[in-house]
Ligand binder design. Structure first.
Ligand code: GAP
Length: 441
């Protein structure tokens, strides 16, 4: 593993962000559990996404559908037939690899040459059984993408909500893929979360019509990365997926690539799915999934553009992009609004009840709004360092002067600057800073 990745993985474990899954039983390869700080970071990312794409928009509504759906869904969507990767197995060590990821005929695991089996097609969906009998009639799948539920519930949303094309449906939730070669920490896992939107619009008369809609979404994705995640735009690039590599449903796909320590890899995807999905579900279900234009009375199957964002890859890129060392100390320069803990409150000395009581009062008050910690241990320098490691943007110290002037010292993580702030103005002060951008020094 690359040096930066190793450091981030170690920090995540040590400071309660992310633990190896099932660790007391020897672990389960490539499964990860989000600890108390990791779940805060992940929730903050999901909340920011929902706020940007659902709450702040008049044209997108939300959905949270069942994870296990009628298996006919996956037949109609093409996943049973096409959601496959090419697999080769090494006859010597029995390692299994994605054929399209192999550089030559040498096994990456044991080094054996020309020892691979013929290429097989491997379906990535996880199978399970519904009910007590494990029979093929009861086979079901854990969803490999959140998107299909949006198409399946499209009619319900048309019938119950006042939506007018163009409009979108957004969903955040778990997806499962039996990846042949998971790895690189959170980058490729078998159980992950997606944040997806299907954006429906009138069938285009010319290519230019959908291209305009597609371009709008390209800039939306870039703004999300820059403004909400606070990432360095220089690390992000676009890759147009060639015809031969595109998913079966897509007429055009752009992958947003991020400079991960292990190379430029896909962070998010944006695809023009045409009317592939609604049409397939209409045919397979026998239900009319057409939208009726209220002005013209015209009926049609809308076309779709789909921005798809991985939650786990978002967490990973935020951690990697924020990790920074200064004078041998670690700092996570996470955008303040995403930081797991927003404020740490310190009494200058832990054996002075007046200081401790005032610090506790401030802590309890701020806790109503943000995730806040109270820390009385060790010296102030050590406490700052502990908070820097987990990316806490503001440390508030209550000192003897505070008992007289009712002010506290607020120290900024990124600049190290300290300011005296009136206690009753603290909330506004912090809120203003949280609304602003990360200050990289
Ligand atoms: N509905 C379209 C779709 O699922 P995708 O490119 O297969 O498209 C979309 O997946 C996003 O989901 C990816 O860009 C990535 O962020 C995330 N993702 C996909 N597979 C993943 C995996 N095995 N582990 C973590 N994230 C994954």
């Amino acid at each position: 593993m690359n040096d930066l990745m190793e450091k981030v993985v170690a920090l995540c474990k040590r400071r309660g962000f992310i633990y190896p899954g099932s660790e007391i039983y020897g672990g389960l390869s490539n499964s990860w559990d989000f600890g108390p700080l990791g779940v805060e970071l992940k929730n903050n990312i999901k909340e920011a996404w929902w706020k940007r794409f659902v709450q702040n928009r008049e044209d997108i509504v939300g959905l949270d559908a069942a994870l296990i759906m009628n298996p006919k869904v996956w037949e109609a969507s093409g996943h049973v037939a096409n959601f496959t990767d090419p697999l080769k197995e090494c006859k010597k060590c029995h390692g299994r690899f994605r054929a399209d990821h192999l550089k030559d005929e040498t096994c990456p695991s044991c080094g054996a040459k020309d020892s691979f089996t013929e290429e097989k097609v491997f379906n990535l969906m996880f199978k399970t059984f519904i009910g007590p009998a494990e029979e093929s009639a009861n086979v079901a799948y854990f969803r490999p993408e959140t998107a299909q539920a949006i198409f399946v519930d499209f009619k319900n949303i048309l019938d119950t909500m006042r939506v007018r094309v163009p409009f979108g449906i957004a969903q955040v939730g778990k997806a499962f893929r039996n990846e042949i070669t998971p790895g690189n920490f959170l980058f490729r896992v078998r159980e992950f979360e997606q944040m997806e939107i299907e954006y429906f619009f009138t069938p285009p008369k010319a290519d230019n019509d959908w291209a305009k809609e597609f371009d709008k979404w390209v800039s939306e994705v870039h703004s999300w990365i820059k403004d909400d995640l606070g990432l360095d735009p220089k690390k992000v690039s676009e890759y147009e997926v060639p015809d031969s590599d595109r998913a079966h449903y897509s007429k055009k796909t752009i992958d947003f690539m991020f400079d991960f320590p292990f190379g430029k890899e896909e962070l998010y995807g944006l695809a023009y799915r045409g009317d592939f999905d609604l049409k397939s579900h209409q045919e397979s279900s026998g239900q009319n999934l057409k939208y009726r234009d209220p002005k013209t009375g015209e009926e049609f199957l809308p076309h779709v553009i789909e921005p798809s964002f991985g939650v786990d890859r978002s967490v990973l890129e935020v951690l990697l992009d924020s990790y920074f060392e200064e004078d041998g100390k670690i700092k996570l320069r996470i955008k303040p609004s995403l930081a797991p803990i927003k404020v740490a409150v310190f009494p200058l000395l832990s054996n002075k009840p007046d200081l401790v009581n005032l610090a506790r009062k401030i802590y309890l008050d701020l806790r109503k709004i943000y995730m806040v910690v109270l820390d009385e241990r060790g010296n102030i320098g050590g406490r700052y360092a502990a908070q820097d490691e987990i990316g806490t943007p503001f440390c508030v110290t209550v000192d003897f002067q505070s008992l007289e002037d009712v002010m506290v010292t607020v120290r900024d993580r990124d600049t190290g600057r300290q300011e005296r702030v009136k206690i009753d103005e603290l909330k506004n002060f912090i809120q203003e800073k949280l609304n602003g951008n990360r200050n990289r020094t």
